[in-house]
Design a protein around this ligand. Sequence first.
Ligand code: GTP
Ligand code: MG
Length: 323
Amino acid sequence: MSSKVKRRPRDITELPEVGPAIADKLSSAGFGTIEALAVALPQEVSSVTGLSLAASQRIISAAREALDLGFKTADELYERRLKVARITTGSKNLDKLLGGGVETQIITEFYGEYGSGKTQLCHQLCVNVQLPRDMGGLEGSAVYVDCEGTFRPERIVAMSRARGLDPSKTLKNIIVARAYNSDHQMLIVEQVKDFIQERNVKLLIVDSVTGFFRAEYPGRETLVLRQQKLNKHLHTLARIADTFEVAVVVTNQVMARPDAVFGDPTIAVGGHVLFHVPGARVFLRKLRGGRRVARLVDSPYLPESEAVFEVTEDGIRDPLGYE
Ligand code: GTP
Ligand code: MG
């Protein structure tokens, strides 16, 4: 086929219809790479460049073609599955539950009530992603979108020391962005695309993904709007996970059901949010002491089961007697 002979565009200036002026506009708006353009919407490209929607769509299609997105045969999909990498959580039990750790290419949602360990897990993953591959890491850096102001560098220092890593280096490989409302949160995530490759980012965290949306769109009247915006955000995150082959981890605070003593405790008030996006949903709940139980919910290919882990000063661990 002739397309095989043509050299693939390597940066956006090699795409058709993208001259230097357009390239500049795209870059400063966060669409400076072929990957970012491939996952952009025609409306976004059009409003940034002033080009028509049709021209914007042609640019996006060319970017997708350059990346070889589109129809794939099953063996190609299988090959991509083989490229899935995993980040250890620090607990062997939890890793086993997740099929070896938190996966790249998809979103993992940790949901549970306050104090169930969601934020601690996020901190631990930011440290662990930096570990060598034979120790359960990806030798990469992390982006932490902090929507609740609960990111604590001191915890990173303690967890790094416990894993034998140099805390000053670990801290440098975690890029933290504090979000102040849902629009800001969405904008930050859009901007992450710009430096994901340059900074060797392998993990993107949004803690919590739902907090602002719940606060800004309270009540039944705004539920539809809230869900629409949240879905758009989750789709952006899913596309980032897929396109850049990174692990995306989101947290979601839910209330335990007051009447769940006999019923299924994973059906919490609020529930999980990853309805229409591929990913893993993990429900966390507190036991007495520092112990937590994780339950994998609705996994397409792993059995539904539970794992016990512990939050300690050193981070996430298997509790004694549960290793
Ligand atoms: P929300 O954000 O409020 O929904 O909660 P969360 O699920 O994010 O909870 P988080 O991860 O913040 O867990 C907080 C709990 O972790 C605390 O109540 C402690 O039990 C435990 N924890 C946090 N830091 C430490 C620490 O340094 N040492 C020990 N032993 N436990 C800690
Ligand atoms: Mg938290």
